[in-house]
Design a protein around this ligand. Structure first.
Ligand code: R5P
Length: 311
């Protein structure tokens, strides 16, 4: 039996959800968010979802109100008797708190998983999680997809890839750099980064040879830009011909835009999981909408998603 599919969106991800719905072949579901005078929000669904498979699109970047709006929408969908509720969270916030790496700190991403499941989510679709093991914090299926197909297609279409070498700005990104290098049949180098505290880098060292190469730095998140700009500098100082960065989630806070503008980076290529706060001639945005629409189709048809995972 065919089930009705409804795609709703939180307010801050509407620009992306509209593109996902269009690529899927239907309009976004009708919803609104009412607001009390003190700022408390109350999402309301303006159409029937009884027995439907409902996808709710919302990235959970700051402010935390985005998380609350997603949770409240899921609760509304649950109480309106949907068959399944699938959270589509292109950027999964609090993912950087994925372990207790010092005493008396929370594991934020586990709490996020518990909140989503308690609200009523039966499946999560997300992209380029900061740490793969976050999938294990959920006791529901997680479809973890990658922006790599979009990024690689862009590279192949716009760059002479023969001289390209990939770079990870930290040891944690080695697997990603290796996967991209394999896909293009090229090599990769890594930086060894030590942090003093969140967003503050102690030291960074390059491991590998980049002389005369067009280097593409890869990362999941760019926040203040400190990591990527420092990595770009050390790579350029080590003789690279050019340095670009491809980063999925553009948080771009603090002095990020100025940092990028004055950095060695020729170009920063990001995805649209988070909206840019302003335009920059150094920043190119690639859309992930078709990937999410395709994943929604496959979830609905009970088809494999794993070939989307393969770079
Ligand atoms: C951390 O491990 C992440 O992968 C990014 O490297 C980090 O969040 C980037 O932060 P920032 O741009 O503030 O250096």
């Amino acid at each position: 039996m065919e089930h009705q599919v409804v795609i709703f969106s939180g307010r801050e991800s509407r620009y992306l959800a509209e593109k996902i719905a269009e690529a899927y072949g239907q309009e976004l579901g009708k919803s609104e968010v009412l607001e009390f005078s003190d700022g408390e929000i109350q999402p309301a669904l303006n159409q029937n979802v009884r027995g439907a498979d409902v996808f709710v699109v919302q990235s959970t970047f700051a402010p935390a109100e985005n998380i609350m709006e997603l949770l409240l929408m899921i609760d509304a969908v649950k109480r309106a008797s949907a068959r399944r509720i699938i959270a589509v969270v292109p950027y999964f916030g609090y993912a950087r708190q994925d372990r207790k790496d010092r005493p008396r700190v929370p594991i934020g991403s586990k709490l996020m998983a518990d909140l989503l499941t308690t609200a009523g989510v039966s499946r999560l679709i997300t992209m380029d999680l900061h740490a793969d093991q976050i999938q294990g914090f959920f006791n529901i299926p997680v479809d973890h997809v990658y922006s790599s197909q979009t990024f690689l297609a862009h590279l192949r279409a716009n760059l002479d890839t023969d001289n390209v070498i990939f770079a990870s700005p930290d040891a944690g990104g080695t697997r990603r750099a290796n996967a991209y290098a394999k896909a293009l049949g090229t090599g990769f180098v890594i930086c060894y980064k030590q942090r003093n505290k969140p967003n503050e880098i102690g030291s960074i060292q390059l491991i590998g040879d980049v002389e005369g190469k067009d280097v593409i730095l890869l990362d999941d998140i760019i926040d203040t830009g400190n990591t990527i700009c420092k990595a770009a500098k050390i790579i350029k100082d080590s003789g690279a011909k050019s340095v670009r960065a491809m980063i999925t989630h553009p948080l771009l806070t603090g002095n990020a835009y100025q940092n990028i503008q004055s950095s060695e980076l020729e170009e920063l290529i990001v995805s649209d999981t988070i909206p840019l706060k302003k335009q920059s001639d150094k920043i190119t945005v690639l859309s992930t909408a078709k990937t999410f629409a395709e994943v929604i189709k496959r979830v609905e048809r009970n088809e494999s998603i794993s070939d989307l995972y393969n770079i």
